[in-house]
Design a protein around this ligand. Structure first.
Ligand SMILES: Cc1ncc(COP(=O)(O)O)c(C=O)c1O
Length: 398
């Protein structure tokens, strides 16, 4: 793994990466080009819901690649029709627009809300979003995000995204004006460190937005596709949003995302939205294979059970090492470390062959495959326990 064998400098240096170069994946494991094996609790950032290279995806890609890669988005193709129908059958939405990334799906949701405002609310265009929210890295989705580090970047931002506070309905009410058209949020703020909106807040917000004639947009790019133990997070709350975006898990490892809307909110007219690869059959065939597996009640039940087991094991570790709360739902969980030791733990775990993520200096986030086994959870917990014991001993000596 030297500079001679890997010309790292040919890639734009957009983030700090460890020097490992991954060459193969299977289930919960990845291998680098030195043959070292890693237990993966990152899974492409909550993407590989069925683990690395699952047979369903290999089969879907192989079959579809031999049939048709893309006919052009100006024509219908079978996998996109079937996947759109399956998504609407499994949700409260009536229409789907496929995209290639989560940010693009969210960008589409912003455009759809603005179009709705132009048609139905005298040109209202503001979308209330939340401090700490993350919606992607296009200019508009960075502007919609409430991530502090984004604030000084790429000025001027896209305007029209006033920020409310998580779980604070009054802060939403204060921002509503004649210019407001929608409220947009991640039901659990993932990048911010796994901070959930309460179910009660989401119900109150639905009542408020309905009363005010505003659209409610759920960004379920991280929480959707079984991640929280139900197919979509909104199902936990008993309410239905008007618009929802999906990404990450829907492709199970390939670039696929989607914008879903109710019939009433689906107001794009010809020319408003499109894209060369949107709804291409190769990716949609994969999405269909993933959805068929993930939407099965027994699969969702076992993912929810795995989440409860991981949560209880994290609570045990937390109590043992004097750490903080375990937050989140299903298999999107965070452990509050109480100290800024996240990066150090991630680095040590990498050395021990376990991939972890620290979205904030004082938190670890866990987003394994939805079919992660108890043995794999135990192996990760043992590794974390050993690292924390070593760090605790080091702190006591110091
Ligand atoms: C909640 C949420 N929205 C949007 C995005 C952006 O998705 P993508 O990276 O596919 O553009 C992410 C990615 O982490 C996300 O977690």
């Amino acid at each position: 793994m030297t500079h001679a064998t890997h010309p790292f400098d040919a890639l734009m240096d957009i983030t700090a990466r460890p020097p490992a170069v991954f060459v193969r994946g299977e289930g919960s494991f990845l291998w680098d080009d030195d043959g070292k094996r890693y237990l993966d609790f990152v899974q492409g950032w909550a993407v590989n819901c069925l683990g690395h290279s699952p047979p369903e995806i290999i089969e879907a890609l192989t079959v579809q690649a031999k049939l048709l890669l893309t006919p052009s988005p100006a024509f219908y193709n079978t996998p996109s029709l079937k996947l759109a129908k399956a998504l609407t059958d499994h949700s409260c939405f009536d229409r789907v627009f496929f995209t290639n990334s989560g940010a693009e799906a969210n960008e589409g949701s912003i455009k759809l809300a603005r179009k709705y405002g132009a048609l139905h609310r005298h040109g209202a265009y503001e979308i209330i979003t939340f401090d700490g929210g993350f919606h992607g890295r296009t200019l508009a989705t960075m502007s919609a995000s409430g991530k502090k580090a984004f604030e000084p970047l790429f000025e001027p931002k896209v305007s029209g995204f006033p920020k409310a506070k998580i779980n604070d309905l009054e802060s939403v009410k204060r921002l509503i004006t004649a210019k407001t058209i929608a409220v947009m949020l991640e039901p659990i703020q993932g990048e911010a460190g796994v901070w959930p909106f309460t179910d009660q807040f989401l119900r109150d917000l639905r009542a408020l937005t309905t009363e005010q004639g505003l659209l409610l947009i759920f960004d379920e790019i991280q929480t959707g596709m079984g991640r929280t133990g139900k197919l979509f997070h909104y199902e936990h709350t008993g309410i239905e949003p008007d618009i929802m975006t999906l990404g990450k898990g829907i492709g199970g490892g390939v670039p696929l995302a989607a914008l879903l809307a109710t019939e009433a909110a689906s107001c794009f007219q010809h020319g408003d939205q499109g894209g060369t690869f949107n709804g291409n059959p190769l990716m949609c065939a994969v999405g269909l294979a993933v959805l068929e597996r993930v939407a099965a009640p027994e699969f969702l039940k076992s993912a929810a059970d795995a989440g409860l087991y991981l949560e209880s094991e994290l609570q045990r570790i937390s109590a043992r090492h004097g750490l903080g709360e375990v937050r989140g739902r299903g298999l999107l969980l965070a452990l509050d470390l109480k100290h800024p030791i996240g990066a150090s733990i991630v680095g040590q775990a990498l050395g021990d062959g376990v991939l972890l993520n620290s979205p904030q200096p004082d938190a670890l986030r866990f987003m394994p495959a939805l079919n992660v086994s108890r043995d794999e959870i135990d192996a990760m917990i043992d590794c974390l326990d050993a690292i924390l014991a070593k760090m605790g001993a080091a702190r006591r000596v110091a």
